[in-house]
Design a protein around this ligand. Structure first.
Ligand SMILES: [Mg+2]
Length: 130
């Protein structure tokens, strides 16, 4: 389960997390998702999946990680996938930067159903941005 940070866990106010505040009900929703997965016999693994990084402009990633800890939102991995069982014993020099997950939760996400229905959403988004 890959979960985005800005706009998904904290309201969008990058980089000012303190000002942003938690997205309403996000903690309950994540707990409910975890519970649902457990009840269906799977072991949920949560990955914080964010563009934030630590760089010369700030420790944006560390701030997000700390923010999650302070709000008791647990992650098993930070911007890193658990190793796929198929490749468990194989060392890969350049693993893909894309997080591997069965489910992605992201405020910018669109579900792809194979028929590009999301074009309707894009048209609406562009109209509202103008
Ligand atoms: Mg986001």
């Amino acid at each position: 389960m890959a979960v985005d940070f800005d706009g998904t866990i904290a309201n969008n106010a990058f980089p000012n997390i303190t000002k942003a505040g938690l997205v309403p009900n996000i903690k309950t929703r994540l707990v409910n998702i975890e519970q649902y997965i457990l009840e269906h016999g799977f072991n949920p693994i949560f990955v914080l999946w964010t563009c934030r990084s630590n760089n010369e402009l700030g420790n944006f990633l560390d701030e997000a990680v700390q923010y999650c800890k302070n709000n008791e939102i647990h992650f098993d991995y930070i911007n890193e996938s658990p190793q796929h069982p198929m490749f468990k014993n194989i060392k890969v020099e350049n693993p893909s930067p894309k997080i591997h997950a069965d489910v992605y939760i992201d405020d910018k996400a669109l579900n792809f159903y194979g028929d590009y229905r999301f074009i309707d959403y894009l048209e609406e988004y562009i109209k509202n941005e103008k």
